[in-house]
Design a protein around this ligand. Structure first.
Ligand SMILES: *[C@@H]1O[C@H](CO)[C@@H](O)[C@H](O)[C@H]1NC(C)=O
Ligand SMILES: *[C@@H]1O[C@H](CO)[C@@H](O)[C@H](O)[C@H]1NC(C)=O
Length: 154
């Protein structure tokens, strides 16, 4: 959703705006010309946020004729948690749990084993949608995935 990226971007700008002016009041104004307050109303940020609920299935296809998840770095030697391994993905996102069900987008990015003590993946991917209202839009996911936990969440 490009509009949400837009909002996130400006959210960070607001953090800067809130913190920088107090520390700059006694300093030369010109030094901080790269940041200035912006009008929330002009950006429509006074409106209530819209919430959307997405439900789809993420398929990590590691083998077969057309794998969608490809190992690009092997794990470090003797690691029981695949520490250091990296997979690049172009994984199908489908409406139902079957791979044959309707394709709504792709999960494009990578995951890497980032924990030495247990299986803990760093997930960095874009959900690129090709269906419905958000066709052509994407959501970026960055997070930790303790993949062996029953209720693991990205
Ligand atoms: C991996 O394990 C083998 C066999 O125990 C050992 O010889 C080797 O030194 C280990 N390698 C590393 C990088 O720890
Ligand atoms: C999604 O957008 C693409 C590019 O604009 C278009 O070719 C395609 O038909 C759209 N798909 C659907 C299901 O609307």
């Amino acid at each position: 959703m490009s509009s949400q990226h837009f909002l996130t971007f400006f959210f960070f700008l607001f953090l800067s705006c809130n913190t920088i002016p107090s520390s700059t009041s006694s300093q030369n104004k010109d030094t901080f010309d790269f940041v200035r307050p912006i009008d929330r109303k002009l950006l429509g940020l006074t409106k209530k946020e819209k919430l959307s609920h997405f439900k789809f299935y993420w398929h990590d296809i590691l083998s077969g004729k057309n794998p969608s998840s490809v190992s690009i770095l092997p794990p470090s030697l003797n690691s029981t948690t695949y520490f250091g391994s990296v997979n690049m993905i172009d994984n199908p996102l489908t409406l139902g749990p079957e791979l044959s069900s309707k394709l709504v987008g792709k999960a494009q990015g990578f995951y890497a084993s980032a924990s030495q003590a247990e299986l803990g993946l760093l997930m960095a991917m874009n959900f690129a949608f090709i269906e419905g209202k958000y066709n052509g839009s994407s959501i970026t996911i960055l997070g930790r995935n303790p993949a062996l936990n029953k209720d693991s969440l990205v």
